[in-house]
Design a protein around this ligand. Structure first.
Ligand SMILES: Nc1ncnc2c1ncn2[C@@H]1O[C@H](COP(=O)(O)OP(=O)(O)OP(=O)(O)O)[C@@H](O)[C@H]1O
Length: 207
């Protein structure tokens, strides 16, 4: 039975919104990414080299805590972003862009490898594929002050890492949703299309 569903995708892809909508539709519990109480996020966006390591350790630990909580539940849970994205997308691309020193990155990866042994992958991973201009519009629309400094090439770099990761993902079932032409917030038929794809994965004959 599918018990742990996770939504992955770039900054501004719409994960949090879709997570909440799907949870309501299917009656699932939600594990959201806490942004308001994050002690490093604002500083990180002001000075990425200075705060990358601190922020990554914070996210790694909080995501590990989430996975642990999810494992204890007996009802289905939907999780907004996975621990894999912290390591394979964010930490990796910060390292590639020179914001992480090699020794900090190695230190981080060693910790991640120790922790990942205790992590069970989601039963179903939903990847929201989204073009850069669409991401930019969404980020602009929600108007978070600290995200105003996000650069287009940062989003591009993340997207490349996302696509590589997804192409090689083999931890479990995977559903890719192209959200570029979908407006699941305002158009009921677009949300229905996502639900029907998901129903096939969840309740299909061969699921
Ligand atoms: N491991 C990480 N390293 C760096 N930044 C991260 C990491 N995980 C999350 N973030 C940042 O934290 C913030 C989280 O915001 P939020 O939970 O709203 O997700 P989001 O990525 O904006 O997704 P969406 O708009 O799809 O819900 C974003 O600015 C995101 O880029």
């Amino acid at each position: 039975m599918i018990k742990h569903i996770a939504i992955a995708g770039n900054i501004g892809a719409g994960k949090t919104t879709l997570t909440k909508m799907l949870a309501k539709h299917y009656g699932w519990e939600v594990e959201l990414e806490e942004v308001d109480n994050n002690p490093y996020l604002e500083d990180f966006y002001k000075d990425m080299a200075r705060w990358s390591f601190h922020l990554q350790i914070y996210f790694l630990n909080s995501r590990f805590g989430q996975v642990h909580q999810i494992a204890k539940k007996d009802r289905p849970v939907i999780q907004d972003r996975t621990i894999y994205e912290d390591a394979y997308i964010f930490a990796k691309s910060l390292y590639d862009q020179g914001y992480f020193s090699p020794r900090d990155y190695e230190n981080y990866l060693a910790l991640f490898k120790s922790m990942i042994k205790y992590v069970k992958p989601p039963d179903l991973l939903i990847y929201l594929r989204c073009d850069i201009d669409h991401l930019v519009r969404n980020i602009e629309k929600r108007g978070r002050e600290y995200e105003k400094t996000i650069r287009i090439d940062y989003l591009r770099e993340l997207k490349e890492h996302y696509e590589t990761w997804i192409q090689n993902y083999d931890e479990g079932k995977l559903l890719i949703i192209d959200v570029n032409k979908l407006n699941f917030v305002d158009k009921q038929e677009d949300f229905a299309q996502i639900v029907s794809n998901l129903d096939r994965e969840l309740f299909g004959l061969f699921s």
